[in-house]
Structure formats: C-alpha cells, structure tokens
Design a protein around this ligand. Structure first.
Ligand SMILES: [Fe+2]
Length: 303
C-alpha cells in the first residue's frame, strides 16, 4: 500500500489523471491539483480552516436559486471573472473592451421596438440610450441582437425582487440593430449598488472590510454572427465607486459621460419631460468566433 509524503501525494494525484481521454481536461485537472496543493502547503491550512472553506462553498451552492447565482458573485469578487476575461481578450485591435457578465443575466427576451421604455413605472431620472454596432472599420452591423440590463434607482435588478417570475422583466430587454447598426431605448438612470451581502460572498466582503459597491452601469451583450460576442458594461462618469469596483470590472474606455439635457424632445423626436440624460455609446466588434454566455439564471419572461 503506497504511502506518500506531501510532495509525493501531489505527484500521485496528478498521475491519477493520466488516462483522461481529453487532453485539455487532463491539463486543467493537473494544474488545479497543483495549485490547490500548493495553497495548502504554503498556508499550512488547519483542519478548522479546511472545514470553514468547505462550509463556505456548501453555502455558496445552497444560496443559488433560479434567480440568484452566488458562485458567479464569488468568482467576480475574487477577480477570477475579470482574469478569465483578460486572458481571453488580450488582443482587442480597436474592438470595444469587455468586462464581467455578472450574476444577473437571465438570457434573451423578445426583441422590443427601438425607443421602448424598458423601465415603465419605475422611479428615477429618465435616460435615453443610443448606440451603434459596427465592425472595426466602422461599417454598420445590421440585424444584431443586443441584450441590455441594469439596476433600478434603488440599486436592485428585477430578478432580485419578489415575484419576479410573475411580474416579468424590467430594466432588461433585447433590441435588434437596424440597417445602420443602430438601436435606442428609454430607461432610467441606474445608480451604484451593493452586491448582495446576505450570503457567503457578502460575509467575506464584510469580514475583510471591503465595501460591496459597484459603480453605476448598464450591461450590454452584443452577439453578431461572425464576430466575437461582446460582453460589456457602460459605466457612468463621475460615480464615486469607479476606482474601487467590488468586482474589479471598470476599464477607462467603458466610462461614458452622460449628458444632462433639457431639450423638449428626445433624439427620436418624441417628447421628453425635462431634465433627462443621454447615454451615447457605440460598440466595435472584432471578427471571430465564440459563443455568447448562456444565462446561469433560469427565470423566463413568460413565467
Ligand atoms: Fe450590474
């Protein structure tokens, strides 16, 4: 019966994967074991700490529901999501920068007509969002689905509110770009918000004396055939949390100046109640392949 010292143990576990048919799976498992073992060795992890870690991961899973994804949140606050984003987007070639998907993406919705108010009945200052999707040379990309979602004036996503399943989406929609690559809609100005702190991720944030805030932003997922799917946010210039985003997701290029306007008409010629805000931000797509992220949440708009 073999007995291993701690170094031999690592080698034995790595060897246990040698018959793995898929070389990528084999590589990922070997490297995972190396890093995990190294962490235990480096920290002289105690049994209490190991038990605590198991408990945190258990509760992270238990906190997940059809409308909440605590594991994405954990990945986000540890910077893993942004690191995965970084290693997969090293060459941008002028394409719009990417950032985290976040835990609140619930997937596609029925396309809405341009100009739709996606936040009807919500309190908050009104905002008109206009955008154009192009290739790297500025040529318009028509017929491209664009999913958008953002928090409301209280800092909550629709999926965080009670009875979301029966109330349906709010501040969340899909648009299809027109022949000139454009889309536009009405909504409210989102505000900065805390990530949920009533679970194990929030517990870690509070115990380590970090703040839980994300700077105000609108999420965009642009999925043009023949181009890399673009998962990004547009952040609102001037937000106090831009430098300390709890998920490390801010990039300078993604911060937009939102104009405060008093014009009687919005850009589509329809009346506005002043004052209102204008977000103008265009997206440049990089040719390539890739699959747009699938929603981890299972809430549907028809439910
Ligand atoms: Fe968000």
């Amino acid at each position: 019966m073999p007995q291993f010292n701690d170094t031999e143990l690592t080698a034995a576990v790595i060897k246990s994967f040698e018959e793995t048919p898929d070389p990528r799976v084999k590589f990922l498992m070997e490297e995972l074991v190396k890093s995990l073992h190294e962490y235990v060795r480096k920290t002289d992890l105690t049994f209490d700490e190991w038990t605590y870690a198991i408990d945190v991961l258990t509760r992270t899973g238990q906190k997940c529901t059809s409308s909440r994804q605590e594991f994405i949140l954990l990945s986000d606050v540890l910077g893993v999501s942004m690191l995965v984003d970084a290693v997969n987007h090293r060459e941008r070639e002028g394409a719009t920068e990417t950032t985290v998907l976040g835990p609140f993406y619930v997937g596609e919705h029925k396309p809405m007509p341009h100009g739709t108010d996606v936040s009807p009945g919500l309190s908050g200052e009104s905002m008109f969002v206009q955008s154009r999707v192009t290739d790297l040379k500025g040529q318009p990309l028509a017929g491209v689905p664009v999913d958008i979602w953002h928090a409301d004036d209280d800092g909550f996503y629709d999926s965080q509110k009670p009875n979301y399943e029966t109330r349906g989406p709010s501040s969340r929609a899909r648009f299809i770009t027109d022949a000139d690559g454009r889309f536009f809609f009405r909504t409210i100005l989102p505000c900065s918000y805390p990530i949920p702190t009533d679970g194990p991720v929030g517990e870690m944030i509070l115990q380590t004396r970090r703040h839980p805030m994300r700077p105000a932003h609108v999420h965009f997922l642009v999925d043009a055939p023949g181009y890399e799917p673009l998962v990004t946010h547009v952040f609102i210039e001037g937000d106090r949390y831009l430098d300390t985003d709890v998920v490390f997701g801010v990039k300078d290029e993604l911060v937009a100046k939102i104009e405060k306007r008093t014009d009687a008409l919005m850009p589509d010629g329809k009346p506005a109640s002043a004052p209102w805000h204008l977000m103008s931000y265009d997206f440049r797509m990089r040719p390539g392949k890739g699959t747009a992220p699938k929603p981890m949440l299972t809430v549907t708009e028809d439910a």
